[in-house]
Every structure is written in structure tokens, then in C-alpha cells.
Design a protein around this ligand. Structure first.
Ligand code: ZN
Length: 473
């Protein structure tokens, strides 16, 4: 299996530290609002990766943090007149709700920055002792230049980093720092009502970067297999995590750095940004979009590629899910029959698909290629079920494989076949109900008209003792 490593900028053979096990850390959200579609993309991309690793038989330990204290948290809590922990509680709950709806498996552990203060302070103390950090008037900074290789993840040299840092100067901080590229590990409390913890440097709170170094090494060990996050975290966040962790432990921090691509919004594929007011929250999307469709859509683009979130693309995903659903329903119907006719070609096609699926996923999680294997197989299956006698054992095998393949994409086959996917479902339901009523009233002219109308929409009706069932043809 090959994984693209951001650090080396190439695909590398994946060799976990402990055979059969994978340690994985993914940077989680700052919980000051509902998660936006960019956060969801990261959660979905790494959940899909995790699920495939589990499918391959790895025992995956997956840690993802909540940043529950920082400037954004403090400002938002102040604006709402509530405490930072109150704000965090609200949006951690919302995160769990949204991610459950999107069928994202909970992390093995979801540590929170505010619950790790003791370890964060100890970590910073060690960095000071080793000469990698210094205190100035209650703030503690990391001495970036002392760390050999600072800039290696984002492929920048010190000169260009300094150039960049001098363009984003906060005058007050600039005056305190030895060098503009040094970054904060501990931030002094600014106002007496601001959330703060006691430390050897006075009252304050941890910086953002340090929390991930602490939680990753604490829960997964000094060196881990995979560290993931959005492309925007490559610099400075992950660069700083490497500097902090490797300076403290003297060991390699992460073997495989993985970064997911951006999400653009709308027809003109704009980047999401505060100034464009196009931050789309999952909470809002799920009021009108089926979570299965959103999940499948986001999982069906390879994690490193950009995703364009648009109505059109969501619609396409819904159509594909519908096609899969139809085949599954038809196979399930067919499996009620008793006569079976062995079809060697079908068995071979299914086995071949399994191999090609794995081959695609083993190539840096190429989900698009993996899904085309599934799409190619559907007509082969449909052909077999259209025959008078199908190969029932092959069809059963197909369902078993499909269930596992789709689960990697967060699609639950039972849910898919029992819940509605398309927008026009409500309309169809309404027509089916009207037809049932017409039949009850022996108004066969009306019921026939509705049946024709549904047939035109490619809807197949099945009259059962429990009422009329329908499915797409
Ligand atoms: Zn992080």
C-alpha cells in the first residue's frame, strides 16, 4: 500500500511502526461554531482512510483533538456573554451530532486542550530546559531557528519564512520575540476575566500548536504512523508541531504526513473565506441535504484533490447512490427466488472487482478509481438479475462485497435501501398514496393514470398485502 507523504513529496510504501497496527492523529476543529464544510471534508477524508485501513485488517488507534480554548473561543464567548467552557460544550455536542449524521466513526480518543494543561506545561518546561523556548514577561515562545530543519514540511527556507513573518507583524509580539518566526507556546492572560491557568510563567493559556504535540505524543507515542489535517495546516501548524515534538523527544515525530485538499463553493469554485461570506456549515446543509448524499459526495473525491461543493455535484452523487440502491433492491428481490443457475463469468467479475478495488485504494486511497470498479460491476449484476434464472450464490457474494466497499465510504447499505435519497421521493410517495386511495374507491381510471405517470418517471410499483411498495427501475 502506498501513501503520499507531504514531507517527502512522494508516494511511499506504507510500513506501520507495529505490524498490524496504525497510530493516527488528525487535527480537530476549534469549537467556537458549527463545523463548516471544510472541517467536514477533513473528518470525512480521514474517516474514509481509517475505514479502509480497518478493512485491510489494521487495528487503528485514531486520536483527534478539540481545540477548546484560543482567541476565537474567547472572543465568541465574550460576544455571547457565556463562558469558554459553555461555548465549547455546545459546539462539541454539535460536532458529535453532525459527524454522527455523516456516519463518521468517533475517534478512539477525542482529547481536549483544556483537559491537558498539566502535560502542556510540562512539555513547555522541557523545551525551555533544552534551550528551544524562552519566556518573556509571561509569554513563552519557541526558538524556531534553533530547530534544524524548521520549514522542512512546507518546503521553505529560513529566509523566506522570515520574509513571510515580517509581513504579518503584530507589533507588540514582534517587540518581545527574539526572531519574527518564533511562535507562542504559552500566552499570558490579557484581561482578568479571561480564562487562564496557573503556570510557572504566571496566569495564561496554551498556544494552539503545542496542544497537538502534547496530545499526539501522550496518547500515541513519540513517533506515530500517520498525522493528518487540512492542507491549510501544513504551515505553520504542522511545521510547528514537528519543531516542538522533535526538539522534545529527539525522535522523528511522524512517519507519514497526510493533507487533504481544499473545498471550493458554488459554480465558480470559490475558495471559502470569511470575507466572501461563503462559509457553509454542515448544520445548515443537513437541514436540506440527505446526510448520506453529502457523506458519499465528500468521500468520493480522492483526499488530496480539491472538492467543489455545489448543488450540481450533490445531485450527481444522489443519482449514483440511487443507481446502487436500485441494483441492491433488485438483487434482494431476486434472492427470494429458489432456482439458481451458476454463472462462472459473474463470479470471476466479482472477484476481479475486489482485486481492482483494493489495487485502487492501495494507491494513495484512489477512491475515484475504486468507485469506478463498483460502477463497472453494476451493469454486469443488472444483466444477471434480468435473466430468468440468476446465479444466486454469486449475487449473494456481490452484496457482501458491496456492503464492505460502501462502508468505507460511510454508506450503510441497510440505511441506503430503507431511507430516501432523492428530492422527488416525496412527490412519488404522494402519487403512490393517491393511487392507493383511488384503488380503494374503485376509481380505476385515476389509479391507471397515476400508474402511467409513475411509469414515465421510471418507478416500478409492487402491490403487497401491506400496501404499495415502489422502487426506481
Ligand atoms: Zn493540530
Amino acid at each position: 500500500m502506498k501513501i503520499y507523504n507531504t514531507l517527502t513529496r512522494q508516494k511511499e510504501e506504507f510500513k506501520p511502526l507495529v505490524p498490524g497496527q496504525v497510530s493516527m492523529y488528525v487535527c480537530g476543529p476549534t469549537v467556537y461554531n458549527y463545523i463548516h464544510i471544510g472541517n467536514a471534508r477533513s473528518s470525512i477524508a480521514f474517516d474514509t482512510i481509517r475505514r479502509y485501513l480497518e478493512y485491510k485488517g489494521f487495528d487503528v488507534k485514531y486520536v483527534s483533538n478539540f481545540t477548546d480554548v484560543d482567541d476565537k473561543m474567547i472572543n465568541e464567548a465574550r460576544a455571547e456573554g457565556i463562558t469558554v467552557p459553555e461555548l465549547a460544550k455546545r459546539y462539541i455536542n454539535a460536532f458529535m451530532e453532525d459527524t454522527t449524521a455523516l456516519n463518521i466513526e468517533p475517534a478512539t480518543l477525542h482529547p481536549r486542550a483544556t483537559e491537558e494543561i498539566k502535560d502542556i506545561i510540562a512539555f513547555i518546561k522541557t523545551l525551555i530546559e533544552k534551550g528551544f523556548a524562552y519566556e518573556v514577561d509571561g509569554d513563552v515562545y519557541y526558538r524556531a531557528k534553533k530547530f534544524t530543519g524548521y520549514g522542512k514540511l512546507s518546503d521553505q527556507d529560513i529566509a523566506s519564512l522570515e520574509e513571510g513573518a515580517s509581513q504579518h507583524v503584530n507589533e507588540a509580539e514582534f517587540a518581545k520575540k527574539e526572531d519574527p518566526i518564533d511562535f507562542a507556546l504559552w500566552k499570558k492572560q490579557k484581561q482578568s476575566d479571561e480564562i487562564a491557568w496557573d503556570s510557572p510563567w504566571g496566569k495564561g493559556r496554551p498556544g494552539w500548536h503545542i496542544e497537538c504535540s502534547v496530545m499526539s505524543t501522550k496518547y500515541l507515542g513519540d513517533t506515530i504512523d500517520i498525522h493528518g489535517g487540512g492542507q491549510d495546516l501544513e504551515f505553520p501548524h504542522h511545521e510547528n508541531e514537528i519543531a516542538q515534538s522533535e526538539a522534545k523527544t529527539g525522535k522523528k515525530f511522524v512517519n507519514y504526513w497526510m493533507h487533504n485538499g481544499f473545498v471550493t463553493v458554488g459554480k465558480d469554485e470559490q475558495k471559502m473565506s470569511k470575507s466572501l461570506h461563503n462559509f457553509v456549515t454542515v448544520h445548515d446543509i443537513l437541514k436540506r441535504v440527505d446526510p448520506q448524499v453529502l457523506r458519499f459526495f465528500m468521500a468520493s473525491v480522492q483526499y488530496r484533490k480539491p472538492i467543489n461543493y455545489s448543488e450540481e455535484n450533490l445531485k450527481q452523487a444522489a443519482i449514483i447512490l440511487d443507481k446502487i440502491k436500485n441494483t441492491v433492491l433488485n438483487v434482494q428481490d431476486k434472492l427470494k427466488e429458489t432456482n439458481s443457475q451458476e454463472n462462472q463469468d459473474l463470479t470471476i467479475a466479482i472477484e476481479d472487482s475486489e482485486n481492482r478495488f483494493k489495487e485502487a485504494m492501495d494507491d494513495d486511497f484512489n477512491v475515484q478509481n475504486a468507485l469506478s470498479v463498483v460502477y463497472d460491476l453494476l451493469p454486469v449484476i443488472n444483466k444477471n438479475i434480468s435473466e430468468d434464472t440468476s446465479d444466486l450464490s454469486a449475487l449473494r457474494k456481490f452484496l457482501q462485497h458491496l456492503e464492505k466497499w460502501l462502508a468505507i465510504f460511510g454508506v450503510d447499505i441497510d440505511k441506503l435501501t430503507t431511507e430516501k435519497v432523492s428530492d422527488d421521493d416525496a412527490e412519488i410517495e404522494e402519487l403512490v398514496k393517491k393511487r392507493d386511495e383511488a384503488r380503494k374507491n374503485k376509481d380505476f381510471a385515476t389509479s391507471d393514470t397515476i400508474r402511467d405517470q409513475l411509469a414515465e418517471m421510471n418507478i416500478i410499483l409492487q402491490d403487497t398485502p401491506k400496501g404499495t411498495k415502489w422502487r426506481r427501475g
